[in-house]
Design a binder for this molecule. Structure first.
Ligand SMILES: *Cc1c(COP(=O)(O)O)cnc(C)c1O
Length: 432
């Protein structure tokens, strides 16, 4: 038996003090470990595939700061580029050549994007894209899917995923009914439900927004024909299709889920990886639609720190690193080794489980499966996941502290890291 008791005294002290300073002791809810029990660890530093906490414990990390760290944390080339950029100042609030560089890279990579606007977070990107589809179509209703998360803007806090799902919250107080009355919802992977909404609301629906592969209700893949079906339905009804690729962009493939599945939306939101660990979001798409954005057009959207040179630099360097030949093949290989390994171990240890991966994104539910939507995901054994999470943490593996979050790998993860992780999983699952 390995000694699984880790010392986390300093983490506990810091988190206890944080309770009085910030709501729940955190700056973002899922970090508080509410759904898995126990206390969060407080990070001291990160490097490559690893995290060190303030007590000096080391962990293999499968959260990757919720997605951005696809090159591994604090990649030396990203850090060096940032250090050089720092010397020239942190924010200009004026045009900067680096914006052109990142914009060209994003336009070249993502099939739907002909023109792009940079913002500071995924939330901002999704808020703006919603305003844009309404401005362009002169319609107000939108369709989103249960369990999909598009940031915390009012009109998306209807049957939302991520922390809203993790904490089991109803739609948030403080959101006016008048705002969400135009947000229609359907179960993920249910084309007939979407069709029914279009028929019940003729000429009123501006567009459909979704995570083309869900990561915020756990990892859920689109059924064959679902994305294509949405493409056809939106076209047929004069509505726009928006892929929220804040998580999947540059992760599922260099060109995102739209490249992987060969379905091109009208507009796309990005974030996470394109900021290389700094705060960035972006929305982009067809030139005729993007031309509505101010100052080219009348739809207003702005930002003091948008397009700042530090965030652009981290994004550019991260995308450059991802362009190296073999990157996505490697990510797919190690992530498959992990996801398949977890399912085999679950089976051998008598735990019902289902899951999978695409490229560097993976997930597992303690449920017989298959999981097609949020209703299915909710049937998974959350209590068991909590015990699994704690056991893994004690063995030096940091998983997302919620069954409603996908896992992420980076090209800094080695086969040895995966082997160690699977060894830990075998020990933990044997005693669940
Ligand atoms: C993370 C995420 C967001 C929100 O991005 P923030 O940068 O956290 O505001 C939106 N959509 C999806 C799909 C995400 O995964």
């Amino acid at each position: 038996m390995v000694n699984t008791s880790i010392k986390t005294t300093k983490s506990q002290e810091i988190f206890a003090a944080a309770q009085n300073l910030m709501p729940g002791g955190v700056s973002s809810p899922v970090r508080a470990f509410k759904s898995v029990g126990g206390q969060p660890i407080v990070f001291d530093r990160v490097k490559g595939a690893y995290i060190w906490d303030v007590d000096g414990n080391q962990y293999i990390d499968y959260v990757g700061t919720w997605g951005p760290a696809i090159c591994g944390h604090a990649h030396p080339e990203v850090i060096a580029a940032l250090q050089a950029a720092l010397e020239k100042g942190t924010s200009f609030g004026a045009p900067c050549a680096l914006e052109n560089v990142l914009a060209e890279m994003v336009i070249a990579a993502v099939p739907s994007i002909e023109m792009v606007r940079f913002v500071n977070s995924g939330t901002e990107a999704c808020m703006a894209v919603l305003r844009l589809i309404r401005a362009f179509t002169k319609r107000e209703k939108v369709i989103k899917f249960e369990g999909c998360y598009h940031g915390h803007a009012d009109m998306f806090l209807v049957k939302a995923g991520s922390g809203v799902a993790t904490l089991g919250l109803p739609d948030s107080p403080g959101v006016p009914k008048s705002v969400t009355s135009n947000t229609l919802t359907a179960p993920y992977n249910d084309l007939s439900a979407v069709k029914a909404l279009f028929e019940a609301n003729p000429d009123e629906i501006a567009g459909v927004i979704l995570e083309p592969v869900v990561g915020n209700a756990g990892f859920i893949t689109p059924d064959t024909g679902f994305l294509q079906g949405l493409r056809e339905l939106t076209k047929e009804h004069g509505a726009l299709l928006v892929f929220d690729e804040v998580m999947t962009g540059f992760r599922i493939a260099y060109g995102g889920a739209q490249e992987k599945f060969g379905v091109t939306p009208d507009l796309t939101t990005l974030g996470k990886i394109i900021g290389g660990g700094l705060p960035v979001g972006a929305y982009g798409g067809r030139q005729d639609i993007m031309s509505m954005v101010a100052p080219a057009g009348p739809m207003y959207q702005a930002g003091t720190l948008s397009g700042n040179p530090l965030a652009m630099t981290a994004g550019i360097k991260t995308l450059e690193l991802l362009q190296k030949p073999g990157t996505y093949e490697y990510l797919d290989k190690i992530t498959k080794q992990l996801a398949d390994g977890l399912l085999v171990i679950a089976k051998e240890t008598g735990n019902e489980a289902c899951g999978g991966q695409i490229s560097a994104m993976f997930g597992m539910f303690f449920a017989p499966g298959p999981v097609h939507n949020y209703e299915d995901a909710k049937k998974a054994d959350a209590n068991k996941f909590g015990r699994f999470h704690r056991g893994m943490l004690e063995r030096g593996v940091y998983l997302a502290p919620s069954q409603f979050e996908a896992g992420f790998t980076s090209f800094a993860h080695t086969e040895a890291d995966i082997e160690k992780t699977l060894q830990a999983a075998r020990e933990v699952m044997s005693s669940l």
